[in-house]
Design a protein around this ligand. Structure first.
Ligand code: 0RA
Length: 643
C-alpha cells in the first residue's frame, strides 16, 4: 500500500475497499480528472465548487468564496447547509468522512436537484482528496464547528468538534499533491474566467475569488443580477450590436428548466454558446438542435407574415438566421446524458422537443411585441441569405474549376513523400526565406512545407464568399485537402499535424492570429480534433566555448544560467537573440523547431469557446479601442497563445 497510514486503526472490509479506491485514483489520476496538467489541476477547484453550486441550485447557498492561499492550497467556502456529519447508515462512519473517502459518494447523496452527476467531471470530493497532499474540511452546522483532516485521501483525524458558531456552511481547503501534478501553481486568470461564467449561468449567486499569494490581496466579486442577459452583453461588448434590447426567454417543466438570451451584431459569425448543468456543451446536443430548428421557423414565419419574404422567394436557412447572432442556451436538468467524443454533447431526447416548443412559442411572441427589433433581425437574415447565394455560386465555380484540374496542389507547396495523412506534417511558414530554410532543413519523408507571403485576408471582417478564390487562403485549403465551412470533410485531410511556424515578433504574431482566425471560423474541426499546432522557435542561442544551448523563453534563459553558474557579463559567453526564423540556417531550424525528437510544439486548444471568440473578436474585429487595451494589457506578459 503506497498511501501512508498515519493512524493506528482497525480496518474493516469497507475501509480496505476505500483505501483501494483511493489508490486507484492516485495510480490513474487522468481517468478521473482528465489529465495531470494545468487543466486537471484547475478541475480540482471546479470539482469542490460543484458541490457548493449544487447547494446553491437547491436554494440553500448564495455565496461561494474561493481563496488561493500563499502555499498554493485552495480554500472553498460556502454558506450552504453544511455537509452532514452524522453517522452514515450504511458505512457506519460520519457522512463527512464517507463523502471524502468513498469514490462516487460525492455531493450527490441527496439524489435531488440539478447536480452534474454523470457529467464531465462529476467525480466528487473524494477524488480531489485522493489527489491532494492534504485536505481539511470544516463544517458549520447546528451551532458547532466540525473538522476532519486527510493526507493523500486518508483520514488522519476523526471528525471532531473544534468549536461553536452561529453560521452554517462548509469550508474545504486542499493542497494539490506535487507527486501527481506536473505543476501545482494555480492560474488566477483561468479560475477567474470560469468563475465569471458560473456567475453568469447562476443568476444571483455571488462568487468571490481571493488571491492571497502576493503581498497585496487580489479580490474579485462576481455577481450578475442579469444572469445570461449579462453574459450576452459581456460577449458583445466589443462588437457592434444592431438592436438594443437583449431577447430573453425561459421556461420549465418537471425535470428541466431552460433560459435563452439572444442579441444580434453586425458581424458575420454565429456564436451560440450552450450549457447543461453549468457544463459547456461544446459539441451541442438536443437543446441546441431544438433551438436552431425553432429560431429558423419563427423568423421565416414572421418574414412571410409581414411580407419581408415574397411568395416566390426561398425560405431563409438556419445559417442565414444565425448570422451575427450571440446566444446563450442555459439548461439545468435532472439525469443529464452527456455524449460525444469529449462528453460535451447533451443527449436527452425530451429536451429537443421541449426547447423547440418553448422557442417557437416565446420567440414568436417577442417578435410580435417588438416589431422594430424583428425588422432588424429579418433584414439581416435576408442580406445574409443573398450573400450566401453569391458564395454558393463562387463555390460552384471553384468546384468546377478544381474538377477540371483535380489533384492540382499549390505551386509553392513542397510536399512530403509519405502518403498516410496520420504520419504527415504540414508546416505553414511565414516568409519566403524562412520557407526556403524549412524546405532544406525538413525531413522530406513526412514533412511538407507551404510558404505564405504577403497580406492575409482578415476573415473576421469578410463574408464567406470572399474566401473562394482568395489567393492567400486557397493554397492552404487545397494543400490541406479537406475543404472548408459546410464542405469540410476531415477524412480527406492530407496532414494530421498542421504546424504554423512564424516569427516571434509582431508581424509573426499578426499572421499567426489571422491564420488561426480563419481556421477557427471556417475549419474549426481541425482545432477540435487536435490537428493545429504552433511551432516554438527558440528565442536565444547561448554559447560558451564548444557548449551550445537553445533557449525558448526568458525564464529558461535564467534557469540555464543559474544551473550552469554562468554570469551574463562573462565575455566568454555569447547570447544570441533570434529575431526571426530567417536567421537560422536549415540545420538549426531542423534541430530547434522541426525535429520531432527535440522541438517544442504548442497544441491549439479551444477548450473555452467563449474565451476563444473573445480573443479573436478583440484581435481581428471592428472596434479598435478594445484591441489597443488588450495589446497593452498583454504585451508585457506575452506567453503562449493558449486559447
Ligand atoms: C445534501 C444534504 C445536506 C447538505 C449537503 C448536501 C451539502 C453538501 C455540500 C458540499 C459542499 N457544500 C455543501 N453543502 C451542503 C444537508 C441536508 C440537511 O441539512 O438536512
Amino acid at each position: 500500500m503506497k498511501i501512508p497510514v498515519k493512524q493506528e486503526k482497525y480496518y474493516g472490509d469497507e475501509q480496505i475497499q476505500v483505501l483501494e479506491g483511493l489508490e486507484a485514483v492516485r495510480k490513474r489520476p487522468s481517468m478521473y480528472i482528465g489529465s495531470t496538467s494545468s487543466r486537471g489541476l484547475h478541475h480540482l477547484v471546479y470539482e469542490i465548487m460543484d458541490n457548493s453550486i449544487d447547494e446553491a441550485l437547491a436554494g440553500y447557498c448564495d455565496l461561494i468564496q474561493v481563496i488561493i492561499n500563499k502555499d498554493n492550497s485552495v480554500t472553498n467556502i460556502d454558506n450552504g447547509r453544511g455537509i452532514p456529519v452524522g453517522i452514515h447508515p450504511k458505512m457506519g462512519i460520519s457522512t463527512l468522512e464517507v463523502v471524502h473517502t468513498v469514490l462516487h459518494a460525492g455531493g450527490k447523496f441527496g439524489g435531488e436537484g440539478y447536480s452534474v452527476s454523470g457529467g464531465l467531471h462529476g467525480v466528487g470530493a473524494s477524488v480531489v482528496n485522493a489527489l491532494s497532499e492534504w485536505m481539511e474540511v470544516k463544517v458549520m452546522r447546528e451551532g458547532k464547528i466540525y473538522r476532519q483532516r486527510y493526507e493523500r485521501g486518508v483520514p488522519v483525524t476523526k471528525v471532531e468538534v473544534i468549536g461553536e458558531c452561529e453560521q452554517v456552511g462548509t469550508i474545504t481547503t486542499f493542497k494539490p499533491d506535487p507527486e501527481i501534478f506536473d505543476d501545482i501553481v494555480f492560474d488566477h486568470e483561468i479560475l477567474l474566467k470560469r468563475f465569471r461564467e458560473l456567475a453568469f449561468l447562476n443568476r444571483g449567486l455571488t462568487i468571490k475569488l481571493i488571491d492571497d499569494r502576493n503581498d497585496e490581496r487580489k479580490e474579485t466579486t462576481l455577481h450578475y443580477e442579469g444572469g445570461i442577459v449579462s453574459f450576452v452583453k459581456y460577449i458583445n461588448q466589443n462588437k457592434n450590436t444592431i438592436h438594443d434590447d437583449i431577447i430573453y426567454l425561459s421556461a420549465e417543466k418537471e425535470n428541466a428548466e431552460i433560459e435563452i438570451a439572444i442579441q444580434y451584431t453586425d458581424s458575420y459569425v454565429e456564436n451560440v454558446f450552450s450549457f447543461a448543468n453549468n457544463i459547456a456543451t461544446t459539441e451541442g446536443g438536443t437543446h441546441v438542435t431544438g433551438f436552431k430548428t425553432a429560431i429558423t421557423k419563427v423568423i421565416n414565419d414572421y418574414a412571410r407574415k409581414y411580407n419581408y419574404l415574397k411568395e416566390n422567394e426561398k425560405n431563409l436557412s438556419g445559417e442565414d438566421v444565425r448570422e451575427g447572432i450571440t446566444a446563450i442556451i442555459n439548461i439545468k436538468l435532472l439525469e443529464p446524458q452527456f455524449e460525444g467524443q469529449t462528453k460535451t454533447k447533451l443527449g436527452n431526447a425530451d429536451i429537443r422537443s421541449f426547447t423547440e416548443a418553448v422557442v417557437n412559442e416565446k420567440l414568436q411572441y417577442i417578435l410580435e411585441e417588438n416589431p422594430k427589433t424583428a425588422k432588424i433581425i429579418v433584414e439581416k437574415s435576408i442580406t445574409s441569405s443573398r450573400a450566401r447565394e453569391a458564395a454558393r455560386k463562387a463555390r460552384e465555380l471553384t468546384k468546377r474549376k478544381t474538377a477540371l484540374d483535380s489533384a492540382s496542389l499549390p505551386g509553392k507547396l513542397a510536399d512530403c513523400q509519405e502518403k498516410d495523412p496520420r504520419l504527415c506534417e504540414l508546416f505553414i511558414v511565414e516568409g519566403d526565406s524562412a520557407g526556403g530554410s524549412a524546405k532544406q532543413g525538413r525531413d522530406r519523408r513526412f514533412q511538407a512545407i507551404l510558404p505564405l507571403w504577403g497580406k492575409m485576408l482578415n476573415v473576421e471582417k469578410a463574408r464567406a464568399d470572399k474566401i473562394y478564390g482568395n489567393d492567400k487562403l486557397t493554397p492552404i485549403i487545397t494543400a490541406l485537402g479537406a475543404g472548408f465551412n459546410e464542405d469540410m470533410d476531415l477524412s480527406k485531410l492530407r496532414y494530421h499535424k498542421i504546424i504554423i511556424m512564424a516569427d516571434a515578433d509582431v508581424d509573426g504574431s499578426h499572421i499567426r492570429t489571422l491564420l488561426l482566425t480563419f481556421i477557427f471560423r471556417y475549419m474549426k474541426e481541425l482545432i477540435e480534433n487536435g490537428h493545429i499546432y504552433i511551432a516554438q522557435p527558440p528565442l536565444y542561442k547561448v554559447k560558451k566555448g564548444k557548449e551550445e544551448h537553445y533557449v525558448y523563453n526568458d525564464r529558461e534563459l535564467k534557469k540555464l544560467m543559474n544551473e550552469k553558474g554562468w554570469e551574463k557579463g562573462d565575455p566568454s559567453i555569447t547570447i544570441q537573440r533570434y529575431k526571426g526564423l530567417g536567421e537560422m540556417n536549415p540545420d538549426q531550424l531542423w534541430e530547434t523547431t522541426m525535429n520531432p525528437e527535440t522541438r517544442k510544439l504548442l497544441k491549439v486548444d479551444l477548450s473555452n469557446p467563449v474565451v476563444a471568440d473573445e480573443i479573436f473578436t478583440i484581435l481581428m474585429g471592428e472596434k479598435v479601442e478594445p484591441r489597443k487595451e488588450f495589446i497593452q494589457r498583454y504585451a508585457k506578459k506575452v506567453t503562449n497563445l493558449d486559447i
